[in-house]
Design a protein around this ligand. Sequence first.
Ligand code: NAD
Length: 356
Amino acid sequence: MGVFDRMAAMGHEQVVFCCDPDTGLRAIIAFHDTTRGPGLGGTRMLPYPDEEAALEDALRLSRGMTYKSAAVDVDFGGAKCVVIGDPHRDKTPELMRALGRFVEGMRGRLYTGTDVGTYPEDFVHSARESRFIVGLPVEYGGSGDSSVPTAFGVYMGMRAVARHLWGAEDLAGRTVAIQGVGKVGAKLARELAADGARLVIADVDGAAVERTAAETGAQVVDAQAVFDVECDIFAPCALGGVLNDDTIPRLRCRAVAGSANNQLAEERHGLELHRRGILYAPDYIINAGGLIQVADELHPHGPNPERVRHRTQAIYDILLLIFRRSVELGVPTSEAADRLVEERIARTFRLKRIRT
Ligand code: NAD
């Protein structure tokens, strides 16, 4: 399929290719849907095998951002920037400044900041060229480490799971298996341990598991074995695509609730979980704490950490609503979430016909 056909099929508005041979910058910026506001999405830098893989990632991730923003009701649309290159070798201050100039040229249609392969410090260079950079280090006016609200949002999501499945949000005595104890997973583990949950953790990074096990008393299992752990909640906090044809039959949990993006390998895997009676907390809702924090930097009345916490806490209510709708409509939670988002976008579209 050609680029225009793919854009039309997925509902994209615009794709921008940015090239600066002097700094080696090759970036693709995809705008999915800006009905609800300017595009907001991080900049991912990876050594993509080819341009096709980079374009595919930009299209997929920008669509995800539309859904995430609408689900937690922040006034932004979906966009994503991908930079083709090895972040360890190719990322230079000059490249980040060149990116900043392209972002500035979009005059506020795009707000961007960190994602895989980029750090808040990198964007200090971009921010010399653009007013539309978010997630800068605190000393540059940014809101700091986004994994803090993300982990808190996942924790609140787990409490919603407990309320829905067991009638009380208390996680004491529940067994939670966490795949990946990096920035989000480790913070989540500490919060759950403080609540008296029993933890099983796995990570390919030996130092990360040792550190978290020492802090929380978690049992450690091999990274390959985490799917087979008998538990109440399985929390994918490492990679996308972990809920697939191979792993779903192995799961021994009542619910899946974790921070990883794009957990379902394909949409049909949401139905497969539903069929097996495993409650799935849609990833783009439960992991939206970081987005809420970044979006709050642009609040018309200035940023406010209390508001971020309050809105992240509301992930609990949004998930309970999705779980209820899933039961009422007899559809998987992933589908109930998508429907809610699509209704919200349609409502905003109707509202915006009123000229201001
Ligand atoms: P991170 O890189 O700090 O942590 C990921 C951890 O997963 C690392 O410790 C890594 O060693 C481990 N890991 C990688 N492959 C693994 C495997 N096969 N088995 C077990 N462990 C494995 O990243 P993070 O910021 O903690 O993010 C975790 C996930 O949550 C990612 O999918 C990310 O996209 C998503 N997410 C993060 C944020 C945020 O604010 N940081 C926001 C939304 C979504």
